[in-house]
Design a binder for this molecule. Structure first.
Ligand code: G
Ligand code: G
Ligand code: MN
Ligand code: NA
Length: 253
């Protein structure tokens, strides 16, 4: 409860900020997308992870406030980058609770319009496990989002249940295989088999496939051999502040 009170205050006091983690794509080789990730530098407690405060915000019914703030930050940042000639797509993590917000579409469109951004300046990442709780509602909401032209990705793929049966119903562009599946890839034939099969499955269904949490060159090469479209992880780039990203950009793209 107290963390929620301080989260509201943190929004006002500027303790929250966004970092951006580049994804590397392989055909063609380069980078044209980053994922926006929230950071909270608490005055006395230090860094608090979104893995901790996002679920609390969802529980407290204030995720809407957070997501509005994130969308604001991202479109402002996009406008700045486009002025600098830096054209990339920013992926935003939204909560499945946001999908229940009937005004979400208008809120996104209004922001794109205000900053004169094309819809494909944004992509939306939605966590698999939560989507599966209300598949019909999710499909409706995703279709409405897609109708305005934003891309949609399924995040943390493989960690939800009954995922395989429902994957074909999800009208999404990209599947992000959870970093849990990267573990053991160098040594464990079964881990390798699961990764290879997951990539084939997602590609076979027509999705772009990203693997998350790739930390070493060896693992990256294994995954690239399997035909992955993109990777995200420390081996390519950690989450960066806008200033850091602007410096690194010429080497990434
Ligand atoms: O960046 P990090 O690995 O600490 O993120 C931890 C978790 O918090 C991840 O599951 C990520 O998707 C989630 N997260 C990060 N930023 C946001 C955000 O802006 N909105 C939402 N809803 N989740 C976020
Ligand atoms: O759930 P989601 O995929 O949105 O969360 C992404 C999280 O993964 C972020 O918190 C980010 O900081 C973290 N992350 C990104 N790359 C790596 C990596 O190579 N290794 C590890 N351990 N975490 C990573
Ligand atoms: Mn994500
Ligand atoms: Na993830």
């Amino acid at each position: 409860v107290s963390i929620i009170n301080s989260l509201v205050k943190a929004l006002q006091d500027g303790e929250l900020y966004m970092v951006y983690q580049p994804k590397q794509n392989f055909q063609p080789l380069g980078c044209n997308q980053v994922e926006a990730l929230m950071r909270w530098q608490h005055k006395t407690l230090g860094n608090i992870s979104p893995a901790e405060f996002i679920p609390l915000a969802e529980y407290a019914g204030m995720i809407d406030l957070i997501s509005q703030w994130v969308l604001d930050q991202v479109v402002i940042q996009q406008a700045k980058w486009r002025e600098l000639g830096l054209e990339l797509q920013v992926a935003v993590n939204l909560s499945t609770q946001d999908l229940k917000n009937q005004a979400l579409i208008q809120e996104i469109e209004a922001r794109l319009f205000k900053y004169q951004l094309p819809a494909n300046a944004l992509s939306i990442e939605l966590t698999e496990s939560k989507l599966m709780e209300d598949i019909d509602g999710a499909v409706l909401a995703i279709n409405r989002l897609r109708s305005i032209g934003v891309d949609i990705a399924i995040d943390d793929f493989g960690t939800g249940h009954s995922s395989l049966a429902y994957l074909k119903y999800l009208p999404v562009d990209e599947v992000k295989i959870d970093q849990a599946f990267v573990e053991g890839l160098e040594t464990d034939p079964q881990a390798k088999h699961i990764m290879d099969t997951s990539i084939r499955l997602a590609k076979g269904l027509g999705f772009k496939v990203t693997v998350e949490g790739v930390e070493t060159e060896v693992v990256k090469q294994i995954i690239v051999q399997m035909g992955v479209d993109k990777i995200q992880g420390d081996v390519f780039a950690k989450p960066l502040t806008p200033a850091e990203l602007e410096v690194k950009w010429p080497k990434l793209s």
